[in-house]
Design a protein around this ligand. Structure first.
Ligand code: AVJ
Length: 328
């Protein structure tokens, strides 16, 4: 045999190990209550994912490019230290930033299998093929599913796994949800495995505020798109003209909060539930929290989840952190 052909990329479904609330559950508990709120994960239908992508290119939205630059600068140290056999990435999206790690892998001659884990098979196959084209040594073995539905069925190998949770998405979880999720990751890990966690940092409120209030209005559109998701998935009739995007930094909680605020009295029919929902002028739905960490609160979060800090990489001006940690 003179040519070696890589096998085609096939996504393996990950069976949930715990039940997660459905959209119907979340709408029932989250909207029919005094403080209306929904989990941020519902933003990401096709349109929402495309809008998030555009947010990342907006000049005010520093997290993506800052983390990317930091990963690039730290890639060699991360790979040299972790020397992984497998790289498992939770919420891999289009697998863009990971390229910096693969560049370092090529250089160091460390050839891990890449296991992206996300909800969209098509995106993982397409991105996986592009990666495999560029990195001739790379095997891509995606997992498809919801990483919030339990990690008990993730195929870790014995040896060195590098698990990654980037983008600052840990900030979408409350403190206790974040600890629970990190503990679940910790449960998967053996003594030689490592976790790379990306998290956004506390900084000047005007910088945070601008990042979630871009002048071009892409974040506003991203937030309002949630109403289209509800209209489609729940047969609802939210009138997006009547709602305003409102995002601000809450210093008591060290978090950005995004809301959709109703500008007039509105009676919304949610046909899938056979119920109506009354908004009074000024009422809102909290659609996202995005927590910001200090070096200390981030390291404490990891310690409380059972990790020991190996390296803490900080971007210039401490805008963003990448922490390499191992089971304590
Ligand atoms: C993908 C969750 C990290 O919190 O900054 C961007 C999502 N929301 N603009 C963030 C988001 C509004 C983003 N994360």
């Amino acid at each position: 045999m003179d040519t070696y052909v890589k096998s085609e990329i096939i996504c393996r479904p990950v069976r949930p190990t715990k039940s997660v609330p459905s959209l119907t559950d979340d709408v029932t508990s989250g909207l029919f209550s005094a403080r209306k709120q929904l989990p941020a994960k519902y933003f990401y239908d096709d349109r929402g994912s495309e809008l998030f992508d555009r947010i990342c290119d907006e000049p005010e939205y520093y997290p993506t490019r800052t983390e990317d630059a930091l990963l690039k600068a730290s890639a060699h140290d991360i790979i040299a230290n972790a020397n992984p056999l497998q790289i498992i990435e939770f919420g891999s999206g289009m697998s863009r930033k990971i390229r910096h790690l693969f560049d370092a892998c090529s250089e160091i001659e460390c050839y891990p299998t890449y296991i992206p884990f996300d909800v969209c098979d098509d995106v993982m196959v397409k991105s996986g093929n592009e990666l495999a084209e560029k990195y001739k040594w790379l095997e891509v073995a995606p997992l498809s599913g919801d990483y919030t539905a339990g990690l008990g069925n993730i195929p870790v190998v014995s040896g060195r796994n590098l698990l990654m949770f980037l983008g600052g998405t840990i900030g979408n979880f409350t403190e206790s949800q974040g600890i629970d999720f990190l503990r679940e990751i910790r449960e998967l890990m053996g003594a030689d495995d490592q976790l790379l966690l990306g998290a956004d940092r506390v900084k000047a409120p005007e910088v945070l505020h601008a990042a979630y209030n871009d002048v071009a209005g892409i974040t506003a559109e991203f937030n309002l798109n949630l109403l289209d998701v509800l209209n489609r998935e729940m047969c609802a009739n939210f009138d997006r003209e009547n709602f305003s995007h409102y995002a601000f930094y809450n210093p008591d909680e060290n978090q950005i909060e995004m809301h959709l605020v109703c500008m007039c009295d509105e009676n919304v029919r949610i046909e899938a539930l056979g119920r109506s929902l009354l908004f009074k002028e000024g009422d809102g739905i909290r659609t996202e929290i995005s927590r910001k960490f200090t070096r200390e609160t981030l390291e404490n979060l990891l310690r409380r989840a059972g990790f020991e800090i190996e390296f803490h990489f900080e971007s210039s001006m401490q805008l963003f952190s990448l922490v390499l940690a191992r089971p304590a």
